[in-house]
Design a binder for this molecule. Structure first.
Ligand SMILES: *Cc1c(COP(=O)(O)O)cnc(C)c1O
Length: 340
């Protein structure tokens, strides 16, 4: 009796195509760091490669090496956001150079992407440092990352676009890369030669507060291990934190916080059973979660939807006080994964 994670590769491809249509610039890459936000980088990369995607980003060199084996050598651009030292990787994996020492180290070696900080103060060279870049650095893209793209009204967006234009002008003839998922929806001024969406590929809403243009990608369901009729006044779970206000039917399912069903969903999560919304009651345990299914048709072994189109990662994230990104990357490895 195992929880199932259904991942719809066709929906991921459709989302990539939608982003290609919306990007006011050139190509659209796929950011597949953290195992494609928990959904399986190898499977996702193969599907997107087949659909025509030719540019992939990951965070770590190890992730790039695994993808290269799956994609076939030199079939696509494979870039490592966190960078690596020269000689650490085959020549067809490109590092993102994030600071001046790394720029010096890679001068005279293979192609790189140059990351310039335009307002996030995380990774990247600042404008002054760009002047000190050695001439032997083979820069294929100059890129930057937006700090506030999910808040279209934030003043930081225009400031970063302006600074990025200044940076790009310093590297004439070099291709540019700017927008993440949300950046693609900021409109003209945020286009570049290569957009870098991640989250929106996986159905996360790139425009929080507005209707989600992305197709849902995943369905997570867990079997009911036990059904229990309890009387009013009976407590459920660790800490006896929830007490039934009336006679209730409690369904305990086979997934918990070790599976990324965040403990912060205790008392806040919503499952779907037989088409009806059912609330999490008591604390989420490591391997188990209890739902109040009073009045809902339920049988042992029935699958209760923990996450799906009607209780999306975004919706649950809001209830847990986090973001959809974290819901996805937390998913864990214990589910049986089914790709369609
Ligand atoms: C993670 C990341 C992205 C993708 O961001 P999303 O918001 O998931 O689209 C793009 N660029 C950089 C530098 C990143 O770290």
């Amino acid at each position: 009796m195992q929880a199932l994670l259904h991942i719809n590769l066709r929906a991921i491809v459709a989302n990539w195509q939608l982003l290609c249509g919306r990007h006011g610039g050139g190509a659209v890459a796929a950011v597949l760091k953290a195992d494609a936000y928990g959904l399986g980088a190898v499977e996702v990369a193969r599907a997107l490669r087949e659909a025509g995607c030719r540019h992939f980003f990951v965070a770590h060199l190890q992730e790039a090496l695994a993808l290269r084996a799956a994609l076939g050598e030199a079939s696509a651009m494979l870039a490592v956001l966190n960078g690596f030292m020269p000689g650490a990787a085959p020549a067809d994996i490109w590092p993102v150079v994030n600071h001046l020492d790394m720029a010096r180290a890679h001068a005279g070696h293979g192609p790189v992407l140059l990351h310039v900080d335009t307002g996030m103060a995380r990774l990247g060279l600042d404008l002054a440092e760009c002047a000190a870049i050695p001439s032997g650095l083979d820069i294929r893209y100059v890129m930057s990352h937006l700090a506030c793209a999910d808040e279209p009204g934030h003043a930081m967006n225009a400031r970063q676009a302006e600074r990025f234009a200044v940076v790009a002008a310093r590297f004439p003839g070099v291709a540019t890369s700017l927008a993440n998922s949300s950046g693609i929806f900021l409109g003209p001024g945020f286009g570049s030669d290569l957009a870098r969406p991640g989250a929106a590929l996986f159905g996360i809403n790139p425009q929080p507060g507005q209707p989600n243009p992305m197709a849902p990608v995943l369905l997570l369901e867990a079997p009911i291990l036990q059904l229990r009729h309890i009387a009013a006044g009976v407590a459920v779970g660790y800490g006896a934190g929830w007490v039934a206000p009336r006679p209730s039917l409690i369904a305990t399912v086979a997934a918990g916080y070790a599976d990324g069903y965040l403990r912060a969903l205790s008392g806040h999560g919503i499952g779907i059973l037989a088409g009806q919304a059912v609330p999490v009651v008591g604390r989420v345990s490591m391997d188990l979660t209890a739902f109040d299914v009073t009045g809902v048709p339920a049988a042992l072994g029935d699958m209760l939807t923990l996450m799906g189109p009607d209780n999306s990662p975004d919706m649950l994230a809001e209830r847990a006080g986090t973001i959809g990104y974290e819901m996805l990357t937390a998913l864990g490895s214990r589910y049986r994964r089914i790709y369609t």
